[in-house]
Ligand binder design. Structure first.
Ligand code: MN
Length: 728
């Protein structure tokens, strides 16, 4: 087939746009021809024939010169050494931008294999379409490629392209109202995707056309006469049925071809909108109307501006007659949609917004329809919808399309791909460059997530995402990490307890778990780690018959036995036979200044000199004993100091504290949470220390932790509070 010359194009453009700048068209034509050089199409014809044919399709839609020049140049940046800079220089900013838009849409072809995402891809196309002409050029490009699809030798490739056309481009064409292109795209893809069905329907349509053409002509004649008799100018003709629309109806409506064939379809074109209603009246008074089939798209146009009256009547031979009644203008819009709004006006050829409004505005309702996945007719039922511009579309390295709300970050993207990928995410590259995880994505970004194995989500991740999915996944992850920490902490504590009590681990624990009514050791560790299960309760479970040595509810394990205590303190007036207890209120440590209080029947209680419990013995000097620590006291690590800390509720907090205490040579023996306010825990840490200095050293180290707001040695006042919480 001969490739049309630049002059052929210009002549056709001139027919509707006398002001066309022929030199520009010629220049673009020559440029495309030169750039594509001796490249060939699969058909064997020179490549430049393709852009020329795409331009012809757009000329058929009477588009403006910039669109036609864009069509001529649309493959130069992608397939030749041409650059956008060069196009800008030679053809101006407008054309360069349009070509750039078409090139970007080419990304779609990368992802065509997984077209479960047809709707998403349609959204993507619309989202990156800043100018509706980009879409028009792309559709014309696709139409020409579909017309020459039979030259592609690989069946898989043909089917892939046809599938993509059916899923993405044909629906888009329908949605911007270009019925002409849409029907062609649908039929062409149908032909390649389902050849046997296409052949059989095409054959039957031909037979049917032959057998009914006489009747159709006769009915057309009748309608014409009645309309003319009423003084109305009209064109009446029988409508061609398209193979794919038949196929779709057969699929959807569970009817047979013959039932479909019994419907004759007509179109009546009149001059003025009011004539449409007059014709409708005439038709309805001549034949019986099928009420549920009547639609008035003139007073309520479709979102793509489609206007027409639809009605179905029953002829006296019991044949259904389907009629579309509309004006010439409506008919053009029905065929060409948004493309119908370009026209010659005041010496220039441009989009006439007086006719169609902003063409991109026209797209918006379509985005809503996509959102709902519904039929354009359903649009009015969903008037209040989120705008599609609120979304951003990005790709995985394998080309999967991920749609996110606008403003979504790389971290949102990671969680959208897969929760595990989000959890393991340590970095990201966007379009090949390393970027922060909080980077907001742009349409068309290619995002690669770098994974670094399971880790705890760093503090502040929640603030880096905007999607609910990512946020809840991060929270879940934080909870899980926290749970693991409690488990580790509980495990370490229980292990130490078992060693100290000289118990063989598994058997002893097993029976204790049973007694406590817990599920398993993990649950035990978590409960101990969280401080829900107190040490004394655990001891009770480990030693069911154990006698309760304490007189109050204070736990036992943290106290040093009488014998040992005796070994630690000495003082004038301290009888070696007297029982000595270290006060549970202030937990005196070697290094603390201490006083003993003799209490008849109990023995000597040792307090730090600032212990509040000493107040009631102030006037009881006879019973106060000055005590000092023995040198041995500081040489063992048998003392327990208690620390009260306010801990930030964040993942890693407990691990950090355990680490700091461990590095300070202390052992955490018990942990208990007192109160939990949003964001903070008040916790006790009972720590094995050498002496008071050691404890104060640990407290200081804890204060340096990120996750500690406040840390201090626990005092009697706190202990009282502690006791009040003991039985919760
Ligand atoms: Mn192309």
């Amino acid at each position: 087939m001969r490739i049309p010359e630049a002059e052929d194009l210009i002549a056709r453009i001139r027919a509707y746009n006398p002001a066309v700048d022929a030199a520009q068209i010629t220049k673009a034509y020559a440029y495309a021809r030169e750039k594509h050089g001796d490249q060939l199409r699969a058909s064997g014809e020179p490549y430049y024939g393709h852009p020329v044919n795409v331009a012809l399709i757009l000329i058929g839609l009477k588009l403006d010169p910039a669109s036609i020049i864009t069509a001529l140049l649309h493959d130069t940046v992608e397939d030749t050494d041409a650059t956008l800079e060069e196009l800008t220089e030679k053809f101006g900013e407008e054309v360069a931008q349009l070509v750039d838009g078409v090139t970007k849409l080419g990304q779609l072809e990368l992802i065509s294999e997984r077209t479960q995402q047809g709707e998403n891809l349609q959204k993507f196309v619309l989202a990156i379409t800043k100018d509706v002409r980009v879409l028009l050029v792309k559709l014309a490009d696709r139409l020409h490629n579909m017309r020459t699809l039979n030259f592609i030798s690989k069946k898989e490739k043909r089917e892939r392209i046809a599938r993509e056309t059916a899923d993405i481009y044909a629906p888009l064409a329908r949605r911007i109202g270009i019925q002409k292109i849409c029907a062609d795209l649908e039929d062409l893809s149908f032909r390649h995707l389902n050849p046997p069905a296409w052949v059989s329907i095409t054959r039957r349509l031909k037979t049917q056309r032959e057998s009914t053409s006489a009747q159709v002509a006769q009915v057309s004649q009748t309608i014409s006469e009645r309309v003319m008799a009423a003084g109305i100018e009209a064109r009446v003709f029988g409508r061609e049925k398209r193979p794919f629309s038949i196929w779709r109806k057969l699929e959807k409506q569970a009817i047979t071809f013959d039932e479909l064939a019994d419907v004759y379809a007509f179109r009546v074109i009149v001059d003025r909108p009011e004539d449409c209603y007059r014709v409708l009246g005439l038709i309805h008074s001549s034949w019986r109307c099928v009420p549920e089939r009547f639609r008035d798209f003139i007073s309520v146009p479709k979102p793509n501006h489609y206007q027409s009256l639809h009605t179905t009547v029953i002829s006296k031979d019991n044949v259904r007659l389907e009629l579309q009644i509309r004006t010439e203008e409506m008919d053009r819009i029905a065929d060409e949609g948004v493309a119908a709004h370009w026209r010659y006006k005041q010496g220039g050829y441009a989009y006439d917004s007086a006719v169609g409004g902003d063409p991109l505005e026209l797209l918006k309702p379509l985005l809503d329809i996509l959102e709902f996945g519904g039929d354009p007719d359903d649009f009015l039922e969903h008037a209040k919808l989120e705008m599609f511009q609120d979304q951003v579309f990005a790709f995985t390295p394998k080309g999967r399309l991920i749609s996110l709300p606008a403003g979504a970050t790389a971290l949102d993207f990671a969680y959208a791909v897969h929760t595990a990928i989000g959890d393991e995410c340590v970095g990201v590259t966007i379009n090949g460059r390393a970027r922060p995880l909080r980077t907001a994505l742009n349409n068309g970004d290619s995002v690669e997530i770098i994974r670094g194995g399971v880790q705890e989500p760093p503090h502040g991740w929640e603030g880096m995402v905007i999607t609910g999915r990512a946020r809840s996944a991060i929270r879940r992850h934080i909870r899980e990490v926290e749970r693991q920490e409690f488990e580790k902490l509980g495990f370490a504590f229980v292990e130490r307890l078992l060693i100290r009590e000289n118990l063989k681990g598994k058997v002893a624990l097993k029976s204790a778990i049973k007694r406590l009514g817990l599920k398993n050791t993990v649950e035990l560790y978590i409960q101990v780690g969280r401080g829900v299960l107190r040490t004394d309760k655990l001891m009770d479970a480990l030693f069911p018959g154990r006698k309760d040595e304490g007189t109050d509810t204070m736990p036992q394990n943290e106290l040093i036995s009488d014998k040992t205590a005796h070994f630690y303190v000495r003082g004038k007036g301290l009888d070696p036979h007297m029982a000595v207890h270290l006060g549970r209120c202030c937990t005196p440590l070697p290094g603390d200044r201490i006083l003993g209080v003799f209490e008849p029947g109990i023995g000597v209680n040792v307090h730090t000199i600032d212990c509040e419990r000493l107040e009631k013995h102030e006037d009881d000097e006879d019973n106060l004993i000055d005590l000092i620590w023995t040198p041995q006291a500081g040489k063992t690590s048998a003392s327990i100091g208690r620390i009260l800390a306010t801990v930030v509720h964040q993942p890693g907090a407990l691990a950090e504290i355990a680490d700091v205490v461990g590095r300070s040579m202390g052992n955490i023996m018990d942990v208990r949470s007192l109160t939990r306010t949003p964001g903070f825990f008040e916790m006790y840490f009972d720590v094995e220390v050498v002496d008071a200095k050691h404890l104060s050293h640990i407290v200081t180290a804890m204060r340096a932790c990120n996750s500690i707001v406040e840390a201090k040695r626990a005092r009697a006042g706190n202990v009282t509070e502690d006791l009040s919480n003991e039985h919760q």
